[in-house]
Design a protein around this ligand. Structure first.
Ligand SMILES: [Fe+2]
Length: 201
């Protein structure tokens, strides 16, 4: 695929993200959609989760335009390996998926907001972690349990959001279904997540 065609994919994905942002009060309330976007050229990096997401029937059948645009971006994305080399099972590294749309390694940069996709296949536990950025998960497809320190656990599905405060430990688990989420960050964009010491919630 030419660079021009790949760029068109990213522009389509950005439009879908902007539209989703405008259509959901909690997303637009979390952060104004950035007005300082700069195109970038992520070097593609493929990991196991990319193929799992691309072949997942729940993701493929999701009619949300943003889900389809995120699927379209997958082959060109720089899938992250945030937790490689940390104290985590290989199965998690093989199946947990995250790529950036706006931010480091993404197709756009901004000093105002980060935007990512997170994909987890069925039966995966994303242990307790934290980061100084404030975060909002917007569930596009599937279902997952969210655990946040100091709050009652919740099972969330399409259209739901989960807010994580700065430094608040949080964890996610899928069971029978996968989950596909669009994830926003605001403030402290440059500090990656770390496992919560003890990982207990
Ligand atoms: Fe997080």
């Amino acid at each position: 695929m030419t660079g021009t065609a790949t760029r068109a994919h990213w522009d389509t994905l950005l439009d879908a993200a902007r539209n989703a942002h405008a259509a959901h009060a909690k997303l637009s309330g979390f952060c104004t959609f950035p007005d300082d976007l700069t195109p970038a050229q992520p070097a593609p990096n493929r990991i196991g989760a990319a193929g799992l997401m691309e072949s997942d029937p729940v993701v493929r059948s999701c009619t949300h335009p943003l889900a389809q645009a995120l699927l379209g971006g997958s082959p060109h994305a720089q899938w992250r390996e945030t937790y490689k080399g940390t104290d985590i099972a290989q199965d998690f590294l093989d199946r947990f998926g995250c790529y950036c749309l706006i931010g480091t390694g993404g197709a756009f940069t901004s000093r105002q907001m980060g935007a990512f996709v997170v994909y987890m296949p069925p039966g995966l536990h994303y242990p307790c972690h934290q980061h100084p950025a404030e975060e909002m998960y917007y569930i596009l497809a599937g279902e997952a349990g969210f655990t946040r320190e100091g709050e009652a656990p919740e099972t969330l599905g399409a259209g739901d959001v989960s807010f994580h405060a700065s430094g608040q430990p949080h964890a996610t688990a899928t069971h029978d279904l996968p989950v596909l989420a669009y994830v926003l960050w605001r403030n402290h964009l440059g500090t990656p997540p770390v496992w919560t010491p003890g990982q207990g919630l």
